[in-house]
Design a protein around this ligand. Sequence first.
Ligand code: CAA
Length: 283
Amino acid sequence: MDVKTVMVVGAGQMGSGIAQVCAQAGYEVYLHDLDEELVNKGFERISKSLSRQVEKGRMTEGEKTLVFDHLFKSTDLQHAQYADVVIEAAIENMDMKKNIFAELDKYAPEHAILATNTSSLPITEIAAATARPEKVIGMHFMNPVPAMKLVEIIRGLATAEDVYKEIEAMAVNLHKTPVEVNDFPGFVSNRILMPMINEAAYTLYEGVATKESVDRVLKLGMNHPMGPLELADFIGLDTCLYIMETLHEGFGDDKYRPCPLLRKYVKAGWLGKKSGRGFYLYD
Ligand code: CAA
């Protein structure tokens, strides 16, 4: 298949990053969200990210304009009719994802691949909401998308081999490194990362060290670019909690029990960087 047009569903941090790298790679991209304000915010994020590249002398203003020539705003899922590949990056909620996939299945052309950027939910279950489970696949990008090399590619039970190959080639075309993983809760990335973040929250909760000290140990002791609590704020504490709950439920093992402090912060609306407060305070 000659992939020309991509639709990205969800204009948040992940969706806008995915739309940006797709547009930079020369695809025509529809960036979709529920209303115009959300889509505009996504466009602003892309503009800011590209401006960093211009400031660093890696891109000219003209090249930035060219990227925007490839980007189209969408508040109507029916735009999926133009897409060869749809990448869904909405919030981590199974019911919502199933609804989106059922809708996309109605509008997208028969040949179109429906990919999800879910960070932990079963691809097989999402695929079952469509009449084309062989064309549904996981394409899990890392945050910040333009900076991170990895894309986890996850086959659902019914995913066809040519669909896997197409998405693998697309990831390479986006200058990413695809890694194949199987459809288990949290895949590989979040099965390993989230329990570390959860354990860091327990370490703070139990008074073993201050948040700054917990982060400093992992940064200076293990060469992590960010400490786990800082990283949790960056990812979003609601997302971290949701993934821990998915691991806990999926494996039925108490070692994945979410830390009560994480729960408390999410209940308080302390969702991390995006809400101005998480483990740390932000302006
Ligand atoms: N958008 C685009 N590019 C960005 C960026 C952004 N928001 N933030 C940083 N970058 C780029 C910079 O342009 C820079 O690129 P060059 O090296 O080519 O110049 C590079 O990343 C490094 O950035 P900075 O020098 O500004 O800052 P830094 O060295 O402090 O790095 C970081 C910032 C890349 C975010 C780094 O701290 C990092 O790697 N943190 C860990 C990120 C991580 O673990 N992500 C995975 C989260 S888990 C996930 O996403 C999966 C999930 O399902 C939850």
